[in-house]
Design a protein around this ligand. Structure first.
Ligand SMILES: CC(C)(COP(=O)([O-])OP(=O)([O-])OC[C@H]1O[C@@H](n2cnc3c(N)ncnc32)[C@H](O)[C@@H]1OP(=O)([O-])[O-])[C@@H](O)C(=O)NCCC(=O)NCCSC(=O)C[C@@](C)(O)CC(=O)[O-]
Ligand SMILES: NC(=O)C1=CN([C@@H]2O[C@H](COP(=O)(O)OP(=O)(O)OC[C@H]3O[C@@H](n4cnc5c(N)ncnc54)[C@H](OP(=O)(O)O)[C@@H]3O)[C@@H](O)[C@H]2O)C=CC1
Length: 435
């Protein structure tokens, strides 16, 4: 076989740059203007970003028994380059230091080209559980013999999906020898286009279940998608020079820290939570289903029966950090709250993605950046220095500091090395007494 002509993606972009250094020093309105200047299409979405997007009528149409709303800050991760594209990433989170951490690591990847991503097709799977099947293996083959007819029946439920190139692709029939019974389970594999896909595959599963029952000689029970979306994988990788991230020892210690998460489920749970800090923030900002993505991620982290790290870190030939992440990211651009929530629409516009696959890949890059940030801090100075410095503003506010007192009280707590409510209360009382 000849050598592959490996081309690095060229920097084609709408945003000229995502490198908005010092954005932290601006007021929110100035930050939004700087982001809008990079992404002109955001101009029509500014009110939705400033206001949080939902009025009560709209909220009342989204879920049941609505009595109010709860706001979550929307921030922008800077510095990201993904497959050569400069991108400003919307992140909705209540946790301090998350957006700073992602931006910081993205900055460190810029000289090595940023993040490189890829993904499988957007294939979701529905499960149809078949009960009372006398000959499970015979049923499996009977179903496979009629696969084409069943796929046609599934596709008849969603002609529009077929028009755009999606639709049911395959049946996988599993016979699971369980503790108390043998299960026959049919997976209906569906290309869901730019949707997350739950409603599309659930409708198809319900439509094909009677035919499957008949073929199996049993009856169908559950007909629902699986959130273990392991045919819809998204991948991201990056390289960070050792000199940029703190030196050779820091990189070696980061690799040892990930090895700990690979081998120990107690550590893996926290390690993967750090990844989800980034992923869930993008998923929430774009109005996607955080629980679906989280369920998919954690189920994917179980390998050979053991819960493990979702990411992998290695040293490359030069001693630089080579980091990778692969997991299911079932997110969409067309359905659910992404379509109905004006701020989610704004977030999608900001990220300048053209497809659900591109959004999934961007989300994976943010998860990897977040993971590297946390592991770097843990392997170097410890998490509290950076995290607590940014959390100090929350602590000051919960001690009763007003807007013009928060900065002074939080920096005093950081200088004292004691970020606690009782310390904030003392500093507030001292400050007020001096006025
Ligand atoms: C917080 C930093 C980034 C500071 O790190 P630093 O080195 O002090 O940052 P810096 O002040 O030198 O700034 C460098 C760049 O970082 C970003 N940056 C820096 N500060 C800000 C800010 N205030 N607002 C916005 N951006 C900020 C920004 O991009 C900035 O570039 P600039 O814009 O100046 O050109 C670092 O300490 C860090 O990454 N810490 C880790 C934070 C983290 O992981 N938080 C997650 C919460 S902890 C958790 O839930 C998960 C965990 C830890 O348990 C997971 C695990 O165990 O694996
Ligand atoms: N276990 C889980 O995770 C479950 C999740 N959910 C929820 O389901 C919702 C997501 O379901 P989803 O099916 O994505 O949402 P929707 O049903 O809201 O949107 C998908 C529909 O959009 C239409 N569509 C238009 N353009 C496209 C395109 N380019 N690609 C694909 N579809 C297109 C299609 O409908 P048409 O052909 O009619 O135009 C498609 O069926 C989320 O709110 C989630 O919370 C629900 C049940 C279970």
């Amino acid at each position: 076989m000849g050598r592959l002509a490996l081309e690095q993606p060229t920097r084609s972009t709408v945003a000229t740059t995502s490198r908005l250094s010092g954005l932290r020093n601006d007021e929110p309105a100035e930050r939004l203007e700087k982001v809008r200047a990079q992404v002109p299409a955001l101009s029509g979405h500014l009110d939705a970003i400033r206001s949080g997007g939902l009025d009560m009528d709209r909220a009342d149409r989204m879920v049941e028994h609505v009595v109010g709303q709860i706001g979550i800050p929307l921030g922008v991760a800077t510095n990201f380059i993904v497959n050569g594209r400069e991108v400003l990433v919307p992140m909705a989170t209540e946790e301090p230091s998350v957006i700073a951490a992602a931006s910081n690591i993205a900055r460190m990847t810029r000289d090595t080209g940023g993040f490189f991503t890829s993904s499988t097709l957007p294939l979701m799977q529905a499960q149809i559980q078949l009960l009372d099947v006398l000959d499970p293996y015979g049923a499996k083959l009977r179903i496979k013999e009629h696969e084409q007819r069943i796929l046609e029946l599934a596709n008849a439920q969603d002609p529009r999906l077929i028009e755009i190139g999606g639709g049911a692709r395959e049946l996988i029939v599993r016979v699971i020898e369980g503790k108390r019974r043998t299960h026959v389970v049919v997976h209906l594999v569906v290309h869901v286009g730019d949707a997350m896909g739950a409603n599309a595959v659930n409708t198809m599963a319900e439509a094909v279940a009677p035919g499957l029952s008949e073929l199996s000689g049993g009856r169908s029970l559950l007909r629902i998608l699986t959130n273990k979306a392991d045919l819809r994988l998204s991948r991201a990788r990056c390289v960070i020079p050792a000199a940029v991230i703190g030196g050779k020892q820091v990189v070696e210690d980061m690799v040892a820290a990930v090895d700990f998460a690979i081998d120990d489920p107690y550590r893996a749970a926290t390690h993967n939570k750090g990844i989800m800090n980034g992923i869930s923030s993008v998923v929430l900002a774009t109005g996607n289903d955080t629980r679906a993505v989280e369920a998919g991620a954690h189920s994917h982290a179980v390998r050979g029966g053991q819960y493990s790290s979702l990411s992998n870190f290695d040293l490359d030939a030069e001693g630089n950090l080579s980091a990778t992440l692969e997991l299911p990211i079932p997110v969409g651009l067309v359905g659910g709250a992404t379509r109905t929530h004006p701020t989610a629409q704004a977030a999608v516009t900001m990220s300048e993605v053209d497809s659900a696959q591109q959004l999934a890949e961007l989300t994976t890059a943010v998860g990897l950046a977040q993971n590297i940030a946390a592991v770097r801090a843990l392997a170097a100075e410890g998490i509290q220095q950076g995290h607590m410095a940014l959390h100090a503003r929350n602590v000051a506010a919960s001690a009763g500091a007003t807007a013009d007192e928060i900065d002074a009280v939080s920096s005093a707590m950081v200088s004292e090395g004691a970020v606690r409510v009782d310390v904030a209360e003392r500093l507030l009382a001292e400050g007020r007494a001096q006025r």
